[in-house]
Each structure stands twice: as C-alpha cells, then as structure tokens.
Design a protein around this ligand. Structure first.
Ligand code: CA2
Length: 146
C-alpha cells in the first residue's frame, strides 16, 4: 500500500518558529517518522509539501491513481481553498486530515475546515503524533476494518 503525505503552506518551516503551538520537529523529521511507521506495517510513503494551491493539486492529481490513502495537513488552505477541497474530494482515496494544533482552541477563522466534511476523519491538536496515528488508521481502513 502506498500512502500519500501532503503538507500545505508554511509547514516547511516547522521546527523553526512557534514551538509552543507546532512543536519542535521539522517537516523532514515528520516525513521520516511517518515513513518508518508505515514501513513497519508494510506500507510506503510518498511525501510532498508546497506553499501554493496549484502545486498541491497538481501533485495530488498525479500521485493519487497509484496510492491507497492520503494524509493531508493543508495548513491555512484548510480554511480557504475550495479548489483544494474539490481535488481532495475527487481523488478517490480514503483521506485523513491532520492538524498539529487544536484549531478549535485558536482564532475563530481556524474553526471551520472545508476539508472535514469530505474526509474519513480528522486528527486535531495532538501534535506531530497525529500524522503517525493517521498512518495506523489508513492501514487499518485499507485492511477493510472500517
Ligand atoms: O495546526 C495545524 O496543523 C495547522 O494546519 C497549521 C497551519 C494553520 O494555518 C492551520 O490553521 C492549522 C499553519 C502552518 C504554519 O506552520 C508554521 C510552522 C512553524 C512556525 C509557524 C508556522
């Protein structure tokens, strides 16, 4: 099984600022840990990050046909991008949405996600470990365990 890991704007700067909100792991740390977690369950990971909507959508359209699931942290596009939502909705994969921070504890403009209504589930506010939990969930779903 191939899992896609897609991160949106500014997540390339993880580990450099605001550690009280986003923790101290870099995106490279997270991508490595997600790959290790997946490998332990017989899955492989393709990871990508971009700061622009179009690049995220282009990558997803290219990679989805060869994959079995998607983990996405769309960053601020979570709250704004109909285009990304449409791409995720039509990718044909089970999707887990991840947010490092608890978006409902933060500013009101972060409380709504355009993605949440079209994903299988969301993991929010558990830090970088949310990505690892998403791997477990996707592998389990792919095994047919609901
Ligand atoms: O909590 C999350 O994972 C978010 O998706 C992160 C986005 C934010 O816009 C969402 O509302 C919630 C922001 C990512 C910014 O990443 C930074 C990384 C390091 C330092 C500052 C920002």
């Amino acid at each position: 099984m191939r899992i896609l890991l897609l991160n949106g704007p500014n997540l390339n700067t993880l580990g450099t600022r605001e550690p009280e909100i986003y923790g101290s792991q870099t995106l490279a740390d997270i991508e490595r840990r997600v790959s290790e977690r997946a490998a332990g369950q017989g899955a492989e990971v393709r990871a990508f990050q971009a700061n622009s909507e179009g690049a995220l959508i282009d990558w997803l359209q290219k990679e989805a046909p060869q994959a079995g699931g998607l983990i996405i942290n769309a960053g601020a596009y979570t709250h704004t991008s109909v285009a990304l939502r449409d791409a995720v909705a039509s990718c044909g994969l089970p999707v887990i949405e991840v947010h490092i921070s608890n978006i409902w504890k933060r500013e009101p403009f972060r409380h709504d996600s355009l993605l949440s209504p079209i994903v299988v589930g969301a993991i929010v506010g558990l830090g970088a470990r949310g990505y690892l939990l998403a791997v477990d969930a996707l592998v389990d779903i792919e095994k047919g365990n609901g």
